[in-house]
Ligand binder design. Structure first.
Ligand code: ADP
Length: 443
């Protein structure tokens, strides 16, 4: 960035220098040209006024102008265009001059001028012609530098100026870039501060965005740390239990009845570990931002029904009646995630129910596609309803654990709902039951 600003400034300076140089050259050349023209017309008029070329007695062989007017070429042209005299070349060797623009114009209007490039590249020849009273034309010509040679003649001066200006520009742009950039660098160092000093108001929106992102990153890092700590803690409990029972069994002190109980406990805790690990794996897969889940058009009714049916044994075992009804409804979603979502909601409805309780699972199509899981269970106190979607949050820890809960089910549900851009609504009353409704977006 610094380099870019710096280079641009130097670039602008270089452009300015170039333009100045070009215009200086042009002005110089223009002055030179008008001066030469002026000189030529004066010389021509002077020569005309001498009336020398109009006198009856003029003898071209005796005219000698070369010594007097060295730089000036004088040509005298008859009214038919033939060259009568030239102080530079033998007149007889010169071709007819009638077609030369300055001569043509002189015959027509009394005077004419033109500029032609000389044989030598860097010189131009300026011509000025006047019509004499006897119908002949007198032309004077002078060689002058072309624009290129003017340029080369002023080049050393220009080069010197360019050098100085470039030096000044480089210094100035360095200073300017530093002035522009250093407050930004300072700001970057002080971003952590509660109210960092913003050097330009134009930077305000960026600073706000950066600050927001910064705190989002920090809180996500904190959440991850918390999660890791909770995971370790959650894994530790069943493992410690397994270890304890194994040691008791190893001691050989337990009788047959106790042994059976220990085996059962080891089995239960191993299952707990397994479900915990499965949920953690699932959550971390959902957490991965690059994971773009495969979505397809699917029938929510079919998936919900199949999943609910797979949990029927579980319900029967707990003395709960499980009901399923609704309409076929198409949604755009990931089938595995939707299965997981239904499974978690229905499992909870069975788990936090009472003997002879009821669970009703319903899929509605109108006015929008909804999955509703309702139970006549223990309910959730209103002050805890906002927290149950947090990872590892349980209203009644021992009950959750005793029933094989991991505390991650609803966190997974929330994640899946967000991925599907769906909405979740919860209404619950203690000792009456809970109703959770997931509304899918209109397609
Ligand atoms: P868990 O594995 O403990 O069930 P969840 O994340 O699925 O974890 O649920 C979090 C907590 O929310 C549960 O521990 C429970 O206290 C409460 N909960 C969830 N669903 C229900 C429900 N249908 N009825 C009563 N309480 C519920």
């Amino acid at each position: 960035m610094k380099r870019k600003i710096y280079l641009r400034l130097v670039g602008i300076a270089a452009l300015a220098i170039f333009l100045t140089m070009a215009s200086m050259t042009y002005i110089q050349y223009d002055i030179l040209r008008s001066r030469v023209k002026q000189d030529l017309s004066t010389s021509a008029k002077l020569l005309k006024d001498t009336r020398y070329f109009e006198s009856e007695t003029v003898d071209v062989k005796t005219i000698d102008l070369s010594t007097d007017i060295e730089e000036l070429r004088v040509t005298w042209i008859a009214s038919d265009g033939n060259v009568l005299y030239d102080n530079d070349t033998d007149a007889l060797k010169l071709e007819n001059h009638r077609d030369r623009p300055e001569i043509l114009s002189a015959f027509e209007t009394g005077k004419g001028e033109s500029v032609r490039r000389s044989d030598t590249m860097n010189k131009n020849t300026f011509y000025y012609a006047v019509l004499l009273d006897n119908g002949t034309v007198l032309r004077v010509a002078s060689k002058a530098e072309s624009i290129i040679s003017v340029f080369f003649s002023v080049l050393p001066v220009i080069a010197f100026i360019v050098l100085i200006i470039t030096g000044v520009c480089v210094l100035l742009s360095r200073m300017l870039t530093r002035q522009l950039v250093s407050p930004i660098e300072e700001l970057a160092d002080n971003l952590e501060a509660e109210r960092p000093e913003v050097p330009y108001s134009e930077l305000d929106p960026f600073v706000n965005i950066i600050k927001k992102q910064h705190s989002a990153i920090l809180s996500s890092a904190r959440a991850r740390q918390d999660f890791t700590a909770s995971v370790s803690h959650e894994l530790k409990t069943p493992l410690t239990a397994i270890l304890g029972y194994t040691e008791l069994l190893e001691n050989g002190m337990a009788d047959e009845k106790q042994k059976q109980r220990f085996y059962k406990e080891i089995g239960k805790n191993s299952n707990r570990l397994l479900s915990l690990i499965n949920d953690i794996i699932l959550l971390s897969e959902l957490d991965r931002p690059i994971n773009d889940p495969h979505f397809e058009s699917l029938d929510l009714y079919d998936i919900a029904k199949e999943t609910t049916e797979s949990l029927r044994i579980n319900a029967v075992k707990n003395g709960i009646s499980l009901e399923f009804n609704g309409d076929h409804s198409t949604i755009n979603g990931n089938p595995d995630m939707i299965k997981e979502l239904v499974e978690n909601l229905v499992e909870n409805a069975i788990r936090y129910n009472r003997p002879n309780g009821k669970v009703n699972v319903r899929v509605e199509n109108e006015p929008s596609v909804k999955l509703i899981v309702e139970d006549t269970g223990i309910g959730i106190p209103s002050d805890e309803q906002g927290r149950i979607f947090e990872r590892f949050y349980r209203v009644d820890k021992s009950r959750s654990k005793a029933k094989g809960g991991t505390g991650l089910g609803l966190a997974i549900v929330k994640h899946i709902v967000e991925t599907h851009e769906a909405k979740i609504r919860l209404s619950s009353e203690v000792d009456k039951g809970t109703r959770i409704e997931i509304e899918f977006p209109q397609k």
